[in-house]
Write a protein that binds this ligand. Structure first.
Ligand SMILES: Nc1ncnc2c1ncn2[C@@H]1O[C@H](COP(=O)(O)OP(=O)(O)OP(=O)(O)O)[C@@H](O)[C@H]1O
Ligand SMILES: [Mg+2]
Length: 348
């Protein structure tokens, strides 16, 4: 057999070795491509249109946009939580960890929900059953997916409750939701979502029902947990200034479509879509504090009133005739940067 000679020292080049920047490419945990969802009304309403974005393992992606943009419907679609009676997935794919969620049967879906993909919702008071003790609610998913052993489940619950900053754990576990504050309950919801060590945590406005100090504590907590657990987080918020300190990338949503995606700093410093620019100008706390606050005139149209062309055309300060009749595709401007605006179309 032919031996492969190692390069001999004598033949090694004498030039200084150049430094090579090694980029560690993490695998994708979630990839949504061209997802469209309709509401089964008369007439049928195309509520989500050609949603495409992906997430890497360990990444925090923020999904931002005004109320009614379609953030929650997108989040619920990921585990097919939209009721089939009212919603239909008309096009696209949702690949989670190599599996197309839209093609799996109900039993496999139940195995994914709560175990591999967990949710935290906006209002902890409505997320928890007021009639059941915290203990029974927090250990439920562990007993379904991991082990029926109650002792083991309670131990894990205590470990996580301690991690999310709660004390007097036996007392907490034996309480009912109504006996606790909103901040405490949201910590319990976070611990509950982590019981099965999910690969993806979907947090839908998890802090917007809480006061500002509790909000920042919970954001810090999520960051710490994410580092320790190596999970990915889809963090949904209408507040772009809140996600600025949290997310690796931001996807901006408007009226059922993704209008811009980019790395957080780049997107905030150099927005490429008029809607992202308008959102940034209207932040009360001011990511860009030197600029005057501005309101975006009008409201997000409901699915029945989506404009024919670009959905933002009815409110866009830079609207052109073309925008009113044609939908702009999501142009890839550079790596990790996409924008759905005709102003970004590359001239041929
Ligand atoms: N069950 C439903 N039937 C009809 N329309 C619906 C239904 N659920 C949501 N919608 C509409 O779909 C659009 C997107 O709603 P969604 O709840 O996803 O918005 P959102 O971005 O999460 O808003 P918010 O910030 O207020 O939570 C809105 O126009 C909403 O009115
Ligand atoms: Mg919502």
């Amino acid at each position: 057999m032919k031996k492969i000679n190692p390069i001999s020292k004598a033949k090694a080049p004498k030039t200084k070795p150049t430094k090579v920047k090694v980029e560690i490419i993490k695998p994708e945990i979630l990839s949504i491509q061209n997802l469209s969802v309709t509401i089964q009304a008369k007439p049928v309403l195309p509520v989500l249109q050609n949603i495409s974005f992906s997430m890497k393992e360990g990444e925090i992606l923020a999904l931002v946009g005004e109320s009614g943009s379609g953030k929650s419907l997108t989040a619920l679609s990921i585990t097919k939580l939209l009721p089939v009676k009212h919603f239909e997935y008309t096009t696209g794919s949702i690949i989670f960890n190599g599996t197309n969620i839209l093609h799996v049967d109900d039993e496999k879906l139940r195995g994914i929900r709560g175990k591999e993909i967990a949710y935290i919702f906006q209002d902890p008071f409505t997320s928890l059953n007021p009639l059941k003790k915290i203990k029974d609610q927090i250990i439920e998913s562990y007993r379904i997916h991991i082990s029926e052993n109650e002792r083991e489940a309670v131990d894990k619950a205590k470990y996580l409750l301690n991690k999310v900053g709660l004390t007097e754990l036996d007392e907490r576990l034996n309480s009912y939701p109504g006996q606790m504050s909103g901040g405490m309950l949201q910590r319990i919801c976070i611990a509950s979502a982590l019981m099965c060590d999910p690969k993806l945590l979907i947090a839908d406005e998890p802090t917007s029902a809480l006061d500002v100090t509790i909000q920042s504590q919970l954001v810090d907590l999520l960051l710490k947990i994410k580092e320790e657990n190596q999970m990915s987080i889809l963090f949904i918020s209408h507040d772009i200034s809140l996600v600025a300190s949290l997310a690796n990338r931001i996807a901006v949503m408007y009226a059922g479509q993704i209008v811009e995606i980019g790395e957080t700093d780049a997107l905030i410093d150099r927005p490429t879509h008029p809607y992202t620019e308008a959102l940034l100008r209207s932040i009360p706390s001011g990511v860009k504090s030197h600029q005057r606050l501005a309101v975006i005139d009008g409201i997000v149209p409901s699915p029945a009133d989506y404009p024919v062309g670009c959905h933002f055309s009815s409110r866009c300060p830079e609207v052109m005739e073309r925008c009113k009749i044609e939908k702009p595709p999501l142009y890839e401007l550079i790596k990790n940067r996409c924008s759905a605006c005709f102003l970004r179309e590359k001239k041929k």
